[in-house]
Design a protein around this ligand. Sequence first.
Ligand code: CA
Length: 235
Amino acid sequence: MSKLTILVVEDEPSIAEVVGLYLQRAGYQVRTATDGKIAMTALENELPDLVILDLMLPEIDGLSLTRWLRERSDVPIIMLTARREEIDRIAGLEMGADDYVVKPFSPQELVSRVRAVMRRLKRASSQDGQAPASTERPLTYSELVIDAPSRTVTVSGKDIPLTAKEFDMLYLLAQHPKQVYTREQLLDRVWGGAEYIDPGTVTVHIRRVREKIEADPSKPVRLVTVWGVGYKFEP
Ligand code: CA
């Protein structure tokens, strides 16, 4: 199982550095972004497992970034806020941030909060823990319904039997509609990044899932190929 990745969005280098150090020591892989714009680009490229987000940021502020991110993903967000930013903190929580710490904070406290959020996520995740189920409600895209807790998929009310990996892959893609995943990213997320697995495995799984859920598997409208890049789910 590969390390969980955390994106730290913080414009104050000293804070970013200390936070990064503590998280790395706690066993996480850390990436950093020094302003909102850089963070957006990083998040568009690849979603981390958790985001630590300073609210006061240059370019794009933390609240706008939270709103933007929540339109795309359920990735957990822990906000870093100053004591005077109570209104922003509440707004952030209402927008779907998962937790916050108030500056100045001890890095150890932040690590504890991260662990707590990750634990909640793990409890809510599927049996093998590969596809985090961040919502209890089924994902519904007109005829297609994907229910994470029961790991069932229906098309127009008809049960579609999927293997564990087929389900995990479809669920990951459908959780992040329109986000393009490379075959390497899918291997990493669904197969746990096992180097010995042929990237062709992803192609095969995509084809099988298409045969099961697409009206015309030769002209897929759900699992769409992005030529030269990878695959995405069309809502
Ligand atoms: Ca700041």
